[in-house]
Design a protein around this ligand. Structure first.
Ligand code: IMP
Ligand code: MG
Length: 170
């Protein structure tokens, strides 16, 4: 495993994002919606750097693997909070094709949210399949497979305190 972003760099950047969100949402009470499982560590660290009265909810999505519509997103767990007229911050760990985030932004918009912003730890530098706006981005990275800090490979490595690049031998 090669370290791409070490824990100090992550900590510093997450602090900055928390400060930015605190300033942008002054006197507001946003609802953070985390996308499970990948976002759990980033979200937990992020919100401890946010000095506001906030609420939380979580969604679980998966990628449909069947033959009929490959690449379709399935919502496995719905938001339970009433989001009508709320300021929502959607949190994911990584932006790749953009499909997941695009699906969820539209989904939350349909629920009548007053505003929706997206906060992503890692954004892959590549041509997106779906264009989606990332409002808060931790790091831009190359289009390579990464693990750690919530990100998995076959459900493993999520607990690594850094973002790492898989080697052939891992
Ligand atoms: P998108 O819908 O293609 O933008 O996919 C985003 C989701 O794909 C993320 O929430 C991750 O679960 C997964 N993903 C994309 N790239 C990586 C990676 O490099 N490592 C681990 N998971 C990834
Ligand atoms: Mg994910």
């Amino acid at each position: 495993m090669k370290i791409l972003i070490d824990r100090n760099k992550i900590e510093k950047r997450v602090k900055e994002l928390g400060k930015e969100i605190t300033a942008d949402y002054k006197d507001k009470n946003p609802v953070f919606v985390g996308i499970l499982k990948g976002a759990f560590i980033f979200l937990a660290d992020l919100v401890r750097n946010v000095n506001l009265d906030v609420e939380f909810d979580f969604v679980v999505v998966s990628l449909y693997k069947g033959k009929k519509s490959p690449g379709m997103i399935i919502l496995e767990r719905e938001v339970l909070t009433d989001l009508s007229s709320r300021d929502v911050i959607l949190v994911d760990e990584i932006l790749d094709t953009g499909k997941t985030l695009d699906f969820l932004v539209n989904h939350i918009r349909e629920k009548g949210a007053k505003s929706i912003k997206t906060c992503i730890l890692l954004s892959k530098r590549k041509k997106r399949e779906v264009s989606v706006k990332a409002d808060y981005v931790g790091f831009e990275i190359e289009d390579k497979f990464v693990v750690g800090y919530g990100l998995d490979y076959n459900q493993r490595y999520r607990n690594l305190p850094f973002v790492g690049l898989m080697d052939e031998k891992d």
